[in-house]
Ligand binder design. Structure first.
Ligand SMILES: CC(C)(COP(=O)(O)OP(=O)(O)OC[C@H]1O[C@@H](n2cnc3c(N)ncnc32)[C@H](O)[C@@H]1OP(=O)(O)O)[C@@H](O)C(=O)NCCC(=O)NCCS
Length: 170
């Protein structure tokens, strides 16, 4: 299977925030943003693996900045690392200033997707080639984040999380 670049699966989704998608403070519902991020990440995972991909875990979400009604929101999804059947997908969320058009970072998140066959069983996927400094930084950190996620999910013994342990010993 041929390794792929991050740019080959990178996905940009831009859409407005409409009245049905806000809370009583007229800011976007967290759940609406989670759904948009899930869709963008799912498309990136499918583009990378060319397989059906399912959300295995939401590893991290930071709602740093409220997103007001009427905002133009761009969700950028990039695979940060692929393993055997799973992929870490990094989401950066931007809002656009109405007058200047300048984009400000509003939120970020990290999801894990797994490529599966027609019966829902995990299948092997291509490796990822990081190119930019940011892609390389996220690629390196992905293994310890995977171990942390597996430990929290009860799928890995803490003593087996070697990358994570090394982080605390630095
Ligand atoms: C995700 C799913 C396919 C994993 O199946 P599984 O039988 O646990 O398979 P495995 O244990 O072999 O794990 C498959 C991969 O997922 C990874 N994985 C599983 N759970 C994970 C978690 N919580 N965090 C990070 N990675 C995880 C494993 O490490 C493995 O990665 P690798 O093959 O790249 O090394 C299965 O749990 C599933 O179908 N879940 C439901 C998915 C879904 O419906 N999502 C939408 C929710 S509405």
């Amino acid at each position: 299977m041929e390794a792929k670049l991050v740019s080959e699966s990178a996905t940009l989704m831009t859409d407005l925030v409409l009245p049905g998608e806000t809370n009583p403070l007229n800011n976007m519902f967290g759940g609406e943003l989670l759904a948009r991020m899930d869709r963008a990440a799912g498309i990136a995972a499918r583009r990378h693996s060319r397989r059906v991909c399912v959300t295995a875990s939401v590893n991290h979400v930071a709602f740093n900045r409220p997103i007001p009604l009427g905002s133009v929101v761009t969700v950028e999804a990039k695979i940060s690392r692929s393993f055997n059947s799973s992929m870490e997908v990094y989401l950066d969320v931007w809002i656009e200033d109405r007058e200047s058009g300048i984009k400000k970072k509003a939120n970020e998140a990290i999801y894990t997707f797994v490529a599966v066959d027609d019966t829902g069983h995990p299948v092997a996927i291509p490796e990822l080639i990081p190119e930019t400094d940011l892609e390389k930084e996220r690629y390196i950190g992905a293994l310890r984040r995977k171990q942390l996620s597996l430990v929290i999910a009860g799928k890995m013994k803490p003593s087996d999380a070697t990358e994570l342990i090394a982080l605390f010993n630095e």
